[in-house]
Design a protein around this ligand. Sequence first.
Ligand SMILES: Cc1cc2nc3c(=O)[nH]c(=O)nc-3n(C[C@H](O)[C@H](O)[C@H](O)COP(=O)(O)O)c2cc1C
Length: 202
Amino acid sequence: MAFSIFAGMRPEDFNQLAARRRSTYPAQYTGDSVPDEIVEQLLENANLAPTHKRTEPWRFVVFCGEGRKRLAELQASVYRQVTMADGTYREERYRNLLAKPMESSHIILVYMKRDPQRSVPEVEETGAVFCAIENMYLTAAAYGIGCYLSTGGVTYFKEANRAFGLEAHDRIIGFFHVGMPKTALPPTARGPVREKTRWVRQ
Ligand SMILES: Cc1cc2nc3c(=O)[nH]c(=O)nc-3n(C[C@H](O)[C@H](O)[C@H](O)COP(=O)(O)O)c2cc1C
């Protein structure tokens, strides 16, 4: 006998939600603001992600309104500083990093703070942060809000930590963009799960 988690939500509803979760990109946003209350709910649900030894390694910095300009300037200047030094600087990329954040309503910098006791391996805390991100994706789908995780820009630039006020050993996981979608997207598509699964029955 299975117990329903709570009255009113059928398992099929969740199956629909999982299928409707999509990555929606800034070009697909209307430019309107998403209410802060919805973004707060994304974060509340992120905070419910599974976490081995309850280390709760997820951390967030929310950029919205004029704060998006601050993000733009910070990431563009980190990009310029690093790429000027190693000779890979491209003016077009720099301008893109300066302009892009304004196309989203909110951008959530997601990073990982490791448990000081190192009570679980790093891969488990990284996994927990990605579970938190999936909760944000699903919550956005439930509210009909567009979102996507970006691991581009300065995600993997270690110099970004200081620019964003993080400690040296914190790890940026990505930038979660949120915006009002112009239209609903079709359900997501994947190759058959049976090709990725082996069942052992005996
Ligand atoms: C770890 C991770 C990193 C991602 N980074 C990017 C990215 O940098 N740029 C991007 O356009 N999409 C990024 N995505 C979103 C994927 O492109 C997207 O999930 C994929 O196209 C499948 O689409 P769907 O999410 O709508 O099912 C990322 C997704 C994950 C899980």
